[in-house]
Design a binder for this molecule. Sequence first.
Ligand SMILES: Cc1cc2nc3c(=O)[nH]c(=O)nc-3n(C[C@H](O)[C@H](O)[C@H](O)COP(=O)(O)OP(=O)(O)OC[C@H]3O[C@@H](n4cnc5c(N)ncnc54)[C@H](O)[C@@H]3O)c2cc1C
Ligand SMILES: NC(=O)c1ccc[n+]([C@@H]2O[C@H](COP(=O)([O-])OP(=O)(O)OC[C@H]3O[C@@H](n4cnc5c(N)ncnc54)[C@H](OP(=O)(O)O)[C@@H]3O)[C@@H](O)[C@H]2O)c1
Length: 433
Amino acid sequence: MTLHVAVIGSGPAGIYTAEALVKQSAEPVAVDVLERLPTPYGLVRYGVAPDHTSIKSIANYLRRVLELPQVRFLGGVTLGEHLSVEDLLGVYDAVVYCTGAMVDRKLGIPGEDLPGSVAATDFVNWYCGHPDVDPDRFTLDTSEVAVIGVGNVAVDVVRVLAKTAEELSATDVPHEVLERLGESQVKAIHMIGRRGPEHAKFTLKELRELGELANADVCVRPEEAVVLGGDFPRQVQGNIKVLQSWAAREPVGRPRRLDVRFWMRPVEILGSERVEGLKLERTRLSEDGRVVGTGEFETLPVGMVLRSVGYRSVPLPGVPFSERTMTVPNEAGRVREREYVAGWLKRGPTGVIGTNKSDAAETVRTLLADLDGRERVGHDGIGALLASRGVRPVTYDEWLAVEAAEAELAKTLGRGERVKLVGLEAMLRACRP
Ligand SMILES: Cc1cc2nc3c(=O)[nH]c(=O)nc-3n(C[C@H](O)[C@H](O)[C@H](O)COP(=O)(O)OP(=O)(O)OC[C@H]3O[C@@H](n4cnc5c(N)ncnc54)[C@H](O)[C@@H]3O)c2cc1C
Ligand SMILES: NC(=O)c1ccc[n+]([C@@H]2O[C@H](COP(=O)([O-])OP(=O)(O)OC[C@H]3O[C@@H](n4cnc5c(N)ncnc54)[C@H](OP(=O)(O)O)[C@@H]3O)[C@@H](O)[C@H]2O)c1
């Protein structure tokens, strides 16, 4: 008997889950990967920075999984809109939820909702050409921008703001977005950490890239680069060394300037109609390790605030969800009978792409052990069910047609290997001419 499994979401977690099912199952399996977009790969396509081409090439590995005979990609299908959990459990033996963490966490300070205060999730979606965000959404008509947070997403956002359009021309950034980046008025970028260099979440390789920007001077205040104590992991020691070397550097007059700040927390985004400034408070750690304000304030004259303080998952209709952890409660991936979870939805928005592979393998081990010897209810019924709802899923071959159109567009524009098509309509026109 064949084991029929639905994987919801085609990011790294979903595709590694499909791969683990094929590799680990002793009996024949049929895995359908259901994805709300017409395109696979989740944040590898719509998150990983466009200038990180070697990381983006992980898509070449993920592609081979989708090409396995046991695996089928069904794009344009949304759990909660086109199908319910009950629908899935009527057609499949098991369902694995892998829908990631697609929305921003809040700062919870006054002014957060002013125009010009932007979630990094939206900004990343914009430069990655995600169909949820209009390419005209951002104009970058301000000279100073603050980026809150010192994680790897903040570093990505800063790099995209600091680079010239020419530097990004060979990437897959949508052409409309590249034009907006070319018109950018941004001269100063402030990246703000609420704790010290030793607490920053960015990794050394990513940090070093900021020091190599051709178009921006990187500045760190010597007094903010001071770190007390010394028994830090190697990565952290590396970060501290790099930041302290920047603190000793003089700017050389590059067109843009990046100020990396520490021990400052945002307390208010200022402005009446739109963002006109950001009020910061100097911080220190309390005896019990909490970040507390010192009562010393500073205002930055920024016209845009990019909040890069982490992602969070959203509940799926009919699926248990913890509002405390913002994840789906599970035991080694098991949610309820025949329901499982993997990836960011399972463990929260941390870790690199590879972390999702071992995570998915754990979930699949649990699933196969649970279903071992149990009666099968799954069958190849999803096509008929979707047809009865008027949904025609995007097939893997149709996705390949979108890819081909993106390569063709790059050739026409004289830009790199591919340029992203923007909007669902353009993608559907490319795959269903
Ligand atoms: C901006 C950014 C840059 C990053 N850059 C790197 C990097 O350079 N290197 C690195 O190692 N890691 C990077 N990461 C981390 C990496 O992207 C994550 O570890 C990984 O993508 C998480 O995988 P996932 O499958 O859980 O989620 P996702 O990749 O988000 O995939 C979830 C998928 O589910 C789909 N979906 C959502 N809801 C539904 C629904 N209701 N029905 C059907 N489908 C649905 C989504 O469209 C999406 O395709 C980055 C993360 C971010 C946010
Ligand atoms: N190239 C890559 O490998 C790459 C690229 C992008 C993303 N990723 C991965 O994707 C995951 C998510 O990255 P991320 O950058 O979104 O999250 P992150 O690593 O958790 O960083 C979030 C940052 O926001 C800060 N922050 C949180 N709440 C705040 C508040 N209220 N006020 C001020 N600052 C606040 C955090 O500071 P505190 O530490 O003080 O809380 C931290 O500096 C990470 O695992 C990351 O490594 C990897």
